[in-house]
Design a protein around this ligand. Structure first.
Ligand SMILES: NC(=O)c1ccc[n+]([C@@H]2O[C@H](COP(=O)([O-])OP(=O)(O)OC[C@H]3O[C@@H](n4cnc5c(N)ncnc54)[C@H](OP(=O)(O)O)[C@@H]3O)[C@@H](O)[C@H]2O)c1
Length: 332
């Protein structure tokens, strides 16, 4: 089968499009013919390698899969359209799970065929295209979980960082449908316009305005009920600063670095809460599908690349020039 493989950690040049052996079916596992696989920042972390973590090579990236079942099991039939819930047991105490195509033992979806545990198979929503369905299993699921954990109610104010990102764009669409007041952050005119189109109530261009002052201006100096933070080091101090009393900061990512310096006194004097989110459960993925159907929400797709051009897709994400999800076409 054709796959994009990495044989070592490094830049986008380590992605090698080649012919490799197809997976051999294992007990209690399903093989999926992958049609589309969305790109996530995790793919870049794994490609680069993280301190103390290494993939076993050759490794296939890709955690956001839509495709067709090659063989049936249980209530699923051969040829059924499915998506893959990406979390598997981590085997590490005090770590919830690991991700297919990430640092887990499972190869990912940058390949014509993928083998995953049968329990990770979820029926593809019929009203979405394969491209759209491949985009929901990671960013949208995480954004959905973050919003649930924020416990925000209709009318509450939420600050969402990185409007153009996978997580940011998903959070804006879902928060809008939940009736939240959305303040978001972007870094150029095109991204500001994109955020407004998604439904944000206020968009702060962080290259032109101070984020803390702008949030206070839009919230009568009260601050926000919750912050959706996937950026990490650069944004954590601001995220805590803009919370209102009793506010919740929901964190899931470290795009700008994983060790932030924050004002602890600010956190406790507001009686604020800091909540970490790691993906979401399979049942949350199914409730996300239902919610999106009910609210007629379709994921925003930035671009589609052929698998052989995967390096270009990674470069686009690394430049942060996408607006919504970047998706790889794997097979037809
Ligand atoms: N915990 C989990 O389960 C989970 C799940 C999914 C993703 N994640 C993590 O969440 C993060 C986002 O993932 P993604 O796929 O959505 O990534 P992405 O699409 O690559 O987004 C990166 C975003 O970071 C923003 N950003 C970069 N530097 C910034 C700064 N100094 N200040 C403010 N914003 C800044 C960018 O905004 P500008 O273009 O405006 O700079 C861009 O919107 C990644 O770290 C990923 O690993 C975690």
């Amino acid at each position: 089968m054709k796959a994009a493989v990495i044989w070592k950690h490094g830049g986008s040049e380590v992605l090698s499009y080649e012919e490799i052996k197809s997976p051999t079916p294992e007990k209690d596992h399903a093989i999926v013919k992958v049609s589309y696989c969305a790109v996530n920042h995790l793919d870049i972390w794994v490609r680069n390698g993280l301190p103390g973590k290494s993939a076993s090579f050759p490794h296939i990236l890709g955690c956001d899969v839509c495709g067709t079942l090659v063989n049936g099991f249980g209530n699923f039939r051969k040829g059924d359209k499915v998506v893959v819930y990406p979390a598997v047991e981590s085997g590490v105490p005090r770590v919830s799970f690991s991700i297919i195509g990430g640092f887990s033992k499972y190869q990912g979806g940058y390949a014509e065929l993928i083998q995953v545990p049968q329990r990770n198979i979820v029926k593809k929503p019929t009203w979405l295209t394969d491209i759209e369905a491949s985009s929901l299993n990671v960013s949208y699921l995480t954004a959905w979980n973050m919003l649930e954990r924020s416990r925000c109610k209709k009318g509450d104010a939420v600050l969402i960082w990185g409007a153009n990102s996978g997580i940011g764009s998903a959070a804006i669409l879902l928060a809008k449908a939940k009736g939240l007041k959305i303040i978001t952050v972007a870094s150029d005119k095109k991204k500001v316009d994109f955020a407004k189109k998604l439904g944000a109530d206020f968009v702060i261009d962080r290259t032109k305005s101070d984020v803390v002052l702008s949030v206070l201006k839009h919230t009568n100096n009260l601050g926000v009920n919750a912050v959706i933070d996937h950026v990490g080091l650069k944004t954590w101090p601001v995220s805590i600063e803009v919370l209102k009393v009793g506010g919740r900061m929901i964190a899931c990512g470290t795009t700008t670095g994983g060790k932030a310096t924050v004002n602890i006194r600010t956190l406790y004097s507001k009686e604020a809460q800091l909540i970490g989110v790691y993906l979401g459960s399979k049942s949350q993925l199914i409730s996300l599908h239902k919610f999106m159907k009910l609210k007629k929400i379709r994921p925003v797709i930035d671009s589609i690349f052929d698998l052989k051009d995967v390096a270009l897709a990674h470069k686009k994400m690394e430049k942060s020039s996408q607006r919504g999800k970047i998706v790889l076409k794997i097979s037809s």
